[in-house]
Each structure stands twice: as C-alpha cells, then as structure tokens.
Design a protein around this ligand. Structure first.
Ligand SMILES: [Zn+2]
Length: 341
C-alpha cells in the first residue's frame, strides 16, 4: 500500500505547531533571536523550537510553543506559514484540511498586529494554497481553557464575525482548567452556524469528554483517548456519532501514553468508535502526518481499508459545508475506491 496516495482528511492540525523547522530557522536568524545568536547548523534551532524526543512535561511542550509564538511577529510571516502548512498537508495526500489556530495567541506581545490583520494574513496563505493545489481548507478558531469568560466571549465573537472563513470553534490548553463556564460561548457559536470540537480526554479524564459532548455540545473530540476509562462515555460517544480526532505520535511525544506501542487506537476501533488520524503539531514533534500513518501500519497493522474508512468518517465529520464535502468525495475518494475495488 502506498500511504501517500490514500486521500486524507486531516481535522486536527495546529497552524502554530506545524511550521517547518527551516522556516523557523530563517525567521529566527532574520529577527536575531537572542537565544540563538551564535547558533551553528540546524541543531540549536531544533532544540529551541522542537521536541526531539517524548516528554512527560506539558511545560516543556508549552515552552516550545512559546518560542515559536515569539517569532510570529508580522503578517508576512503569518501568511507564509499558513501557505506552507497547507502545502505540506497537500504533499502528504491531504485533500481536505481543517487548520486550527488562535489569532489571540499569535497577537500576544505583538502589539503592531491586530486580530483582523492576523486572520487576513492566514486567509491569504490559505487561498494561495487552495488555488495552487486545489486543497480544500476549513479554519477552526481556538479558544483557551485558561482564559476568562469575558476573553473567550470576545475571541468567539471574532470567529463569529468571520464565520465565512471559520467552520468551527475549539477549546485548547490544559484540561485542569474548568471548561463548563464556556457553555454559553459555545451555544452562541453554534447559533452562528459554527461547529464545536473540544480538546478533551487527552491527558485529562473521560469525564472531560462527557462534559464536552453533553454540556458544551461538541460533535468531535480532540484526542479523547481517555474515553476508555468509562464505558458509559464510550456508549454516549457512539450514540451521538462523535468522532475522535486521534493524534498518536502527539500522544506519545506528550507523554499521554508511555510508549507508541501502548497507544489505545486499536481498542478505540474495536469498541466501534469513529476515529480519524491527525498530526496535531508536526512541526514541534519534527514528524508528519505520513509518519503517523507509517507508525500505525507498522505497529498496529492498520490496513488500507481501515485508513480509507477513517478518512471517510473524517470527511463525514468535517465541519466544511456539504457541497464541498461532496466535491472532495467525487474528486478524490470515488476514483481511489474505483481503483482499489
Ligand atoms: Zn491539539
């Protein structure tokens, strides 16, 4: 099986975490980043921006995110990374990408950039990739679990203002922060036609998954691997046709599972849960979506049919409009299915 050729729908990909290392290096040199002043070769840049081995420390992971955020200082850079992340996805056989980002997070400490300006720069990069490669792209706006209700409302209103571009809202950051206070923020986003996906049950608990579905109205869960702690939540997810955006290498690198081989992907599939495969933050992990596919094929004997089914489930669960989904199906999945049947 040629993994690259399988048409892929990637639903969980963070713009800020998926930047090419070469690009980060180039920007850091241009900006004369102090910590990298005397850096030689690529290694110091990798140490500064990436995780080159698994960690069980969220702080280490977040430090890398912070180092990346600090160099996103102007609109040209934002446009460039948006284009490159879409281009990289296309090169791995992604035909529909849901790209998530946080304009609020990018703007922190960069007072010369506005949220509107950042969003327009992202859109320019995305449009360029759309017209060059024909890749379908939907944007997801990220809210921060650690923000105040007021902040979350403000950022969510921003996503609603640009609902022509955003297909959904997400909630990210450490699951120890209470998510329930944002109930009305998500209700409001839904009223504006936006979908809801929530990071839950990653390093947290199955209870967070239940809350995300029952209280916050999520129809997809970011990660959700901890769902297996509670059979009732598994049954709830199945009854509500919830899709888990599973990110196996990310779970390994962030210490959610002690070793790649102990990832619960097989158990999730065996329980009849809908699952899609995603890279999460390929730039930080120095990996790629294709490496996720390779690892799953090698360690869990995931077959071509299973990959296809996961991608068809991802297509069904995508938040982009039905017309675009139909088009993606006809253009990419139908020919592939005809070819392998
Ligand atoms: Zn994520």
């Amino acid at each position: 099986m040629q993994l690259q050729k399988i048409p892929k729908v990637e639903l969980h990909n963070h713009l800020e975490g998926s930047i090419r290392l070469d690009t980060l290096k180039e920007i850091a040199i241009e900006l004369k980043v102090k910590a990298l002043e005397n850096a030689q070769g690529i290694e110091p840049f990798k140490q500064f921006f990436c995780l080159d081995k698994p960690t069980d420390s969220l702080t280490t992971f977040l430090t890398k995110f912070g180092n990346i955020q600090a160099v996103l200082v102007n609109y040209d850079i934002v446009e460039r990374i948006a284009f490159e992340v879409c281009e990289d996805a296309h090169l791995q056989g992604v035909v529909l990408l849901e790209l998530r980002y946080s304009p609020h997070y990018i703007s922190l400490g960069h007072s010369e950039m506005t949220l509107d300006g950042i969003h327009l720069a992202v859109m320019k990069g995305v449009e360029k990739a759309r017209s060059k490669y024909g890749i379908a792209v939907g944007l997801i706006g990220i809210l921060d679990r650690n923000s105040t209700l007021e902040e979350a409302k403000r950022v969510s209103d921003f996503f609603c203002k640009y609902k022509r571009d955003f297909v959904a809202v997400d909630l990210a950051n450490d699951e120890k922060y209470d998510a329930l206070q944002f109930k009305h923020v998500f209700e409001n986003a839904k009223e504006h036609g936006l979908g809801v996906t929530i990071h839950a049950g990653e390093a947290g608990t199955s209870e967070n998954v239940r809350e995300a579905i029952e209280v916050l109205g999520a129809t997809r869960i970011g990660h959700g691997v901890m769902i297996l702690q509670d059979d009732k939540v598994v049954e709830l997810a199945k009854a509500k046709n919830i899709l888990l955006e599973v990110c196996p290498i990310s779970n390994w690198y962030c210490g959610v599972v002690p070793a790649y081989q102990s990832h619960p992907i097989r158990k999730l599939l065996d329980r009849g849960l809908k699952v899609s495969i995603n890279s999460d933050d390929a730039g930080i992990f120095q990996t790629s979506l294709l490496q996720d596919y390779e690892m799953l094929s090698k360690h869990f004997s995931v077959t071509e049919r299973e990959f296809l089914e996961m991608n068809l489930n991802a297509l069904e669960a995508s938040f982009v409009d039905q017309q675009l989904k139909d088009q993606v199906y006809r253009q990419h999945f139908e020919p592939y299915l005809n070819q392998i049947n």
